[in-house]
Design a protein around this ligand. Structure first.
Ligand code: SF4
Ligand code: SF4
Length: 288
């Protein structure tokens, strides 16, 4: 089974548009939306949820009032100011670090699992999908990404699917690392702007660090041909293949507004044609 992650140094480069189109073209791949902080792939693939799992990614301190002697030690040591003057824990400030439980002289504090989000296994018109939603203000998105990937792997094994397509979160932080470790290839979607080039460099460094084969797609390549050429030379110097150059076309926005992958919405467009060519190149690189 092969795994391909689509990533970008920042949001808004067209990563999800491309992932959704790949899901259509692949037909029997499992798709994993690893952008658990702000998932949006479901808006194009319209999954029907078949299983929901609670994600317990953090802890919450609970003070037992019947045991508490109000010594104030927990309040003094809590670095997050999560304990009120009347010794109650503010759930929005508590980070679950456990210091209060350690310092309490009468064992009045316990740490309980807190539901930090939900993971979903779903069916779409194009195959199975694993996705999730982290509760706003909760941390540990990297752990939830790992759960999404585990669920995708279980689905792929069960369905005899030979490919998992992963829509990675934007940036290069912990959740992105969780979505690229151990995959066979990473496709970085960039755009020909100065910030796009900078983000591309960081994303490629990350893939190199984790020993993942890198490929590049330049989205809206014709909005600045000078920068597109710069990206191509940059990739050539590092022997990284630019597998796709997608022209700007308002039909991409139209497809999104209509909630459809662009290869389905505008089958004959130049954008769809280029995405199909890119898909073929990636399949060949993945030996599928
Ligand atoms: S678990 Fe940590 S953050 Fe939460 S109340 Fe205790 S000391 Fe404060
Ligand atoms: S440290 Fe324990 S006993 Fe002291 S105020 Fe906190 S909960 Fe109460």
């Amino acid at each position: 089974m092969k795994q391909l992650t689509i990533l970008s140094g920042k949001g808004g480069t067209g990563k999800t548009t491309i992932t959704a189109s790949f899901a259509v073209l692949a037909k029997d791949a499992v798709v994993a939306d690893c952008d658990v902080d702000a998932p949006d792939l479901h808006m194009l693939l319209h999954p029907d949820v078949v299983k929901t799992q609670e994600f317990k990614g953090s802890k919450l301190a609970i003070i037992d009032k019947t045991k508490c002697v109000e010594c104030g030690l927990c309040r003094e040591k809590c670095r997050f100011d999560a304990i009120t003057e009347d010794f109650k824990v503010d759930p929005f400030s508590c980070e679950g670090c456990g210091v209060c439980a350690v310092v309490c002289p009468v064992n009045a504090v316990t740490l309980r699992d807190r539901i930090s989000g939900h993971a979903y296994t779903s069916k779409t018109e194009y195959g199975f999908m694993s996705h999730a939603m982290l509760t706003p203000s909760e941390a540990n998105s990297g752990k939830l990404v790992t759960l999404v990937r585990q669920n995708a792997k279980i689905l792929a094994e069960k369905e005899n699917s030979d490919l998992i397509i992963i829509d990675g979160p934007p940036g290069i932080g912990c959740p992105v690392i969780a979505s690229v470790t151990g995959v066979d290839a990473g496709l970085v979607v960039t755009e020909p702007t100065m910030s796009g080039i900078h983000d591309l460099e960081r994303a490629l460094q990350l893939l190199t660090h984790f020993n993942v084969s890198s490929f590049v797609c330049i989205n809206m390549c014709d909005i600045n041909m000078d920068n597109t050429e710069k990206i191509e030379s940059f990739c050539k110097e590092r022997s990284i293949e630019v597998v796709g150059k997608i022209p700007f076309n308002p039909v991409v926005t139209e497809a999104m507004v209509n909630g459809k992958p662009v290869v389905e919405y505008a089958l004959e467009s130049d954008v769809a044609e280029e995405i199909k060519n890119m898909w073929k190149r990636l399949l060949s690189a993945l030996k599928l």
